[in-house]
Design a protein around this ligand. Structure first.
Ligand code: RIB
Length: 299
């Protein structure tokens, strides 16, 4: 079985700030670092670093981002569908505050040049039973979902960032949702995690849901089954790509045949480790380091 991650790739211009800028305010950053990022790319690298095999990453980027390709292949990901275009690579403009929390503005650029022709060309290499991983930072999402579903691919969706484009997609075709509380609220209108899961079960009865709850851990929900997992205790310096690390590690663990409990546990641990390092790609840990780490669960 192959895994296709069809998604975004960005250069993350990360500005360290005292606090996130408010309306009408001008602030001076303490420094700026450019990190490789983008939800699609982060999740592909996380899958590779977690030890998943048969992972392919499809994206569009500019010549300014060509150095991002070997980082992905070094993680063990097949990069044949990483296509260079005349547009610049997408960008994330990130404010990182003292608490390690971020807020992000995206400049999509090449990420939104993905068209039906490119989607068809990529999907031609995949078949029934292969897994497709999507986020919401590229164009032609609805088309990709429909074609992949017709082929019998199992679709995993991380509906992030949540916006109107998702309303154009037939989300009943999604096999697994990987969401956080904010996206759960945006999908259902509910705030309480249990109510989010109840509402999603009604809306998408055939879909498995993995809901991450930050410091409160994570939950797996499918039909009448719910499995809860607590989070690991760390001191955060940068939460960028914590969710992407969770997604990559969860899926890699699932494909290795681990139980849901083990998948949630490994993903939680890797994700916690990622927030202790600055930047998206630099923070995604290697599997051997996750296994060796002695970080502890919250009490
Ligand atoms: O999930 C984190 C990512 O979101 C960043 O790397 C940024 O590029 C945005 O895509």
């Amino acid at each position: 079985m192959k895994i296709l991650d069809f998604g975004s790739i960005n250069l993350d211009f990360t500005y360290q700030v005292d606090h996130h800028v408010k309306t009408g305010e001008t602030i001076t950053s303490l420094n700026r670092t450019v990190f490789p990022g983008g939800k699609g790319y982060n999740q592909a690298v996380a899958l590779g670093r977690a030890g998943a095999e048969g992972v392919f990453f499809a994206c569009r980027l500019g010549k300014d981002g060509d150095f991002l390709i070997p980082i992905c292949s070094d993680a063990g990901v097949d990069t044949r569908y990483m296509e260079i275009t005349d547009l610049p690579t997408g960008q994330g403009i990130i404010q990182l505050n003292r608490e390690g929390d971020n807020c992000i503005i995206l400049f999509p650029s090449a990420n939104r040049s993905i068209d039906e022709e490119f989607a068809d060309r990529v999907l031609e290499g995949f078949t029934c039973g292969d897994l497709l991983l999507l986020q919401n930072e590229i164009s032609s999402l609805s088309y990709i979902i429909d074609r992949a579903y017709e082929k019998g691919m199992r679709i995993v969706m991380n509906p992030s960032p949540f916006d109107f484009r998702l309303k154009e997609c037939d989300l009943t075709k999604i096999g697994i949702f990987m969401i956080n509380e904010t996206e759960g609220n945006q999908l259902t209108g509910k705030d309480d995690p249990e109510e989010i899961l109840d509402a999603l079960k009604e809306l998408y009865p055939e879909t498995e849901i993995i809901l991450t709850l930050g410091e409160k851990g994570s939950v797996y929900s499918y039909k009448d089954k719910r499995i809860y997992q607590s989070a690991y205790e760390v001191v955060p310096v940068d939460t960028t790509a914590a969710g992407d690390t969770f997604t990559g590690y969860y899926l890699a663990s699932l494909l290795k045949g681990l139980s849901i409990e083990e998948c949630l546990d490994t993903a939680s641990k890797a994700s916690a480790m990622s927030v202790t390092v600055k930047g998206a790609i630099p923070s995604i840990p290697l599997y051997k380091d996750v296994m060796a780490s002695d970080i502890r669960k919250r009490g």
